[in-house]
Design a binder for this molecule. Structure first.
Ligand SMILES: [Zn+2]
Length: 64
C-alpha cells in the first residue's frame, strides 16, 4: 500500500473543479472538493426560504 493507491484516478472528473477524480475521494479529486460539495447540499437541505429555524423534531410530532 502506497500513496499511489490513494491517487489512483477513477477516469471521471471532479464535479467541483473538473480535475481528474481519484478513487479515495471519488467522485471528487480531493477531500476539499468533497467537503465543498457536501456543504452545498447540506446547506440547501437546511436553509429553507423564509424559515431559518431548524426544528429539533423535523417531520415528526408537533412543531413548537
Ligand atoms: Zn476537485
Amino acid at each position: 500500500m502506497t500513496e499511489q493507491d490513494e491517487m489512483t484516478k477513477t477516469g471521471s472528473k471532479c464535479p467541483e473543479c473538473g480535475k481528474p477524480a481519484i478513487v479515495k475521494f471519488r467522485p471528487f479529486c480531493s477531500k476539499r472538493c468533497a467537503d465543498v460539495d457536501l456543504g452545498k447540499w447540506f446547506n440547501e437541505e437546511y436553509t429553507l426560504p423564509g424559515d431559518t429555524e431548524i426544528p429539533d423534531d423535523i417531520g415528526e410530532g408537533e412543531p413548537s
